[in-house]
Design a protein around this ligand. Structure first.
Ligand SMILES: O=C(O)CCC(=O)C(=O)O
Ligand SMILES: [Fe+2]
Length: 293
């Protein structure tokens, strides 16, 4: 059983001393109501357009990062993980220029942080839904940092900023973190739990009462997972975007970027019983019949 819930803060023009202290101690922070209802509606509309564009153009990888295909509750083809989404949407790209993101980079001090719109996986859209043909309804324990090791660089400080697009009260599952684990040594970072395979709740974990529009931020070295919703179908839908705030040398990805090895590891947490068979022809047919989520 989980033992605690995150307390939410409000983000003003600057991160306050209290918020900074909370983040340094715990390795995560939740900001309530970062996006309003109009922004949320616009973002969800844009994501649907991006999905439609990717499917109709037979795109299954962006800048070397595979898209994760699945089926929605009505059987229609959907993309459950989109990387570099802002590359296909001016609205999403503009969102990342919100000055409040710049103030968040303060949490990385003394390092100089920047929004990684074209680095790592860029703006990621995760779309979880729970039903038999979904390919994505949870995520096992992991930290986001060893990806740097696989890419041949040392672990650099980074933040992962989650923009939550659906309500997700604690009881619905969602993000779980192990507070303070961002301060562990390299050994614990690599071996505290079995990466992506271990889905077991931890008695020390913290969960969140998330409302659509909230923001969560976690240190890249923090252990975290996504608890599967106990509900099926619509009640389990959880859309959340992630943007990395990175440090160090600028390392943009591009159309010819290689697929990183860690994507093979991440594939282990896929729900094996649902192999998604789809073909470009089906993508086209789905568009024609308007059968896309
Ligand atoms: O969906 C979430 O809230 C977490 C996703 C995550 O940890 C990841 O994509 O690395
Ligand atoms: Fe993660």
């Amino acid at each position: 059983m989980s033992t605690s819930h995150s307390a939410g803060f409000l983000l003003g023009q600057r991160v306050t001393r209290e918020q900074e202290t909370f983040f340094q101690r715990n390795g995560y922070i939740q900001f309530k109501q970062f996006l309003n209802a109009d922004q949320l509606a616009e973002i969800l509309h844009e994501i649907r357009s991006v999905q439609r564009y990717l499917i109709s153009n037979n795109i299954d990888k962006v800048n070397g990062i595979p898209l994760k295909f699945g089926r929605d509750t009505d059987g229609s083809l959907m993309i459950q993980r989109i990387a570099f989404a802002s590359q296909y949407s001016q609205v999403l790209s503009n969102l990342l220029k919100d000055p409040r993101f710049t103030s968040i980079t303060q949490l990385l001090q003394p390092y100089q942080g920047r929004i990684g719109e074209f680095e790592k996986d860029g703006l990621v859209v995760n779309h979880y839904v729970n039903h038999e043909n979904s390919a994505f309804n949870r995520m096992g324990w992991h930290t986001d940092s060893p990806r740097d090791l696989f890419l041949g660089s040392r672990i650099l400080p980074m933040l992962n900023v989650g923009l939550h697009l659906d309500d997700c009260p604690f009881e619905n599952g969602g993000l779980r973190v192990l507070a303070g684990t961002h301060k562990q040594g390299l050994f614990r970072l690599l071996f505290r739990k079995k990466y992506f395979i271990d889905n077991n709740p931890d008695k020390e974990e913290t969960g969140f009462n998330v409302q659509a529009g909230d923001l969560t931020i976690h240190d890249g070295r923090l252990w975290h997972r996504v608890q599967q919703s106990p509900f099926e179908g619509e009640a389990s839908r959880r859309r959340v975007m992630y943007i990395p705030i990175v440090t160090g040398a600028y390392q943009p990805k591009h159309a010819d970027s290689a697929t990183p090895f860690y994507h093979k590891l991440a594939a282990l947490q896929k729900n094996r019983k649902t192999k998604i068979n789809w073909s470009p022809a089906e993508g086209k047919a789905a568009i024609a019949q308007n059968n896309i989520a």
